[in-house]
Design a protein around this ligand. Structure first.
Ligand code: V55
Ligand code: FE
Length: 482
């Protein structure tokens, strides 16, 4: 059987070339600087790769099989390991020696032999809670991964407590209270309107859940929390079963629909959910939310149209590129009507916003993100002052791009933003990646350490830092100082 990836699809060209490699590199080469003493633990990330070519030209980058990556920091040395997430889908294809699954989330394009196998890839995020490392994709339940070997243990439904068929890839792990705050959307299956919000205790026991319905089966890729509320932005990227059954795209962009924001009191019920509506804006990723004078503020990378140019409109027309602008939406929880305010925080387009996650839900001073330098695929690390919008950057050099940055606190009780940023740098012309460690309090100074991988780290989506003692005890023990 011949393995041929589409030459028509730019997805498989250049840096996107499938790598299909499980790595085990003990001791990364130090190019410059020194790995700081205080960084001990593991950085886990998830990303897509392609087990086999589907033979189609409509594959999209969010649909590759999951690869879990780990950088292990120990006594100033860093090792790297990557392993496939051995999902049911992966194993079925491995057995057949070829792709059996068709286009993104469209089960009607799958081989008949896998009609009852879920399409989850585990390619989007890796989180650690209650002693378990989980690989996530929003259309399936988590896969539990052995944090030591990165072998896949199996699908994980919180000991049967989870009634949704899937779980978001963007949970919030409260590393101070050691809780997992998460949700599922289209929670009863493809194109269903159900959302469920879950809170899990420090031992992984389900504490509370709130079920409610969306106005349409929209995309809710990420959400936000504050001490009192869970905030769900529901965008007019809508799944339509008729379109899906006819072999079309899972999602389309509906410019005549509205975005909706559902704000649920965390200790409340479905009847307490407050709804807001706005234009047909979209977003993938939230930076943070917080409460202020009876309002809820939500900071996110907002697009004035579709956030995915590979999607068409509901009428089958192409969607046009519009830049993601870090914006603040503000919701008056006492007001009677369903409107909200919007203002930009920073004018430079950015994505994959991250924070010092100990302070998720509280007003933040610092945001970290990828800023785009040009249309040639290069990018830089950005840091924004959330109150002034002032941006600082570190550029990794020519023909280079970065993955989503990861903040590591200098100590469990360090002030907000005091720590390091871990950044994977793609050397676009050199067929390898570097790992940069940047002091988060002075990113313009450049990396305090730069390490070199002998291989590419194919682009990853999201990940998590797990301190060594948390890996050992299974519990998060961070502190908030204010
Ligand atoms: C997104 C990403 C996904 C996905 C659906 O960024 C939405 C939004 C990485 O996979 O499956
Ligand atoms: Fe995401």
């Amino acid at each position: 059987m011949s393995i041929v990836f589409s030459k028509e699809n730019p997805l498989f060209q250049g840096w996107g070339r499938p790598l299909r490699l499980e790595s085990n590199i003990a001791g990364l080469e130090l190019v410059s600087g020194e790995v700081p003493d205080g960084i001990n633990g593991c950085w886990f990330r998830a990303g897509p790769d392609w087990q086999y070519p589907s033979g189609r030209d409509d594959d999209i980058f969010i649909d590759g099989e999951g690869m879990i990556h780990r950088f292990n920091f120990e006594n100033g040395a860093v090792s790297y390991r990557s392993r496939w997430v051995r999902t049911a889908r992966f194993e079925a294809q491995e057995k057949a020696g070829k792709a059996l699954f068709g286009r993104y989330r469209n089960r009607y394009t799958n081989d008949a032999s896998v009609a009852n196998i879920s399409m989850g890839t585990g390619n989007t995020n890796a989180i650690f809670h209650a002693g378990k490392l989980l690989a996530l994709k929003e259309d399936d339940l988590p896969y539990e991964i052995d944090p030591e070997t990165l072998e896949t243990i199996g699908k994980y439904g919180h000991r049967g407590a989870v009634k949704s068929v899937c779980m978001s890839a963007h949970p919030k792990v409260d590393t101070v209270e050691d809780k997992l705050l998460t949700y599922a959307y289209q929670a009863k299956g493809d194109a269903t309107k159900d959302i469920v919000y879950y809170e899990f205790d420090s031992d992984g026991t389900l504490g509370s859940e709130i079920w409610f319905e969306m106005p349409f089966p929209g995309m809710v890729h990420d959400f936000a929390i504050t001490p009192s509320y869970a905030i769900f932005p529901i965008f007019p990227l809508i799944a339509d079963l008729e379109r899906i059954k006819s072999g079309g795209d899972y999602y389309a962009y509906y410019p005549d629909e509205q975005m909706h924001v559902a704000i649920a009191p965390r200790n409340g019920a479905a009847k307490d959910v407050k709804w807001f509506k706005g234009p047909a804006w979209t977003a993938g990723h939230m930076l943070n939310a917080f409460e202020e004078d009876g309002r809820v503020c939500l900071d996110l990378c907002l697009y004035d149209g579709s956030c995915f140019t590979f999607l068409k409109t509901d009428k089958g027309e192409p969607t046009t590129f519009c830049p993601p602008i870090l914006s603040r939406l503000s919701f008056d929880m006492k007001q009677q009507d369903d409107t909200f305010d919007r203002r930009p925080i920073m004018p430079v387009p950015c994505e994959m916003p991250r924070t010092d996650d100990r302070y998720q839900g509280y007003p933040l001073q610092h945001g970290f993100m990828i800023v785009y330098r040009a249309q040639d695929g290069t990018s830089a690390l950005g840091k924004v002052d959330m109150s002034t919008g002032e941006m600082k950057t570190w550029s990794p050099g020519p023909r280079s791009s970065i993955h989503e940055p990861q903040f590591v606190p200098r100590a469990p009780d360090a002030p907000e933003g005091d720590g390091w940023l871990l950044v994977i740098v793609n050397r676009l012309d050199d067929n390898h990646s570097d790992l940069a460690i940047v002091d988060a309090t002075d990113i313009e100074a450049g990396p305090v350490a730069l390490l070199r991988l002998p291989v590419r780290v194919r682009s990853t989506f999201h990940g998590t830092w797990v301190p060594a003692d948390t890996l050992e005890t299974g519990h998060h023990a961070m502190k908030r100082t204010a």
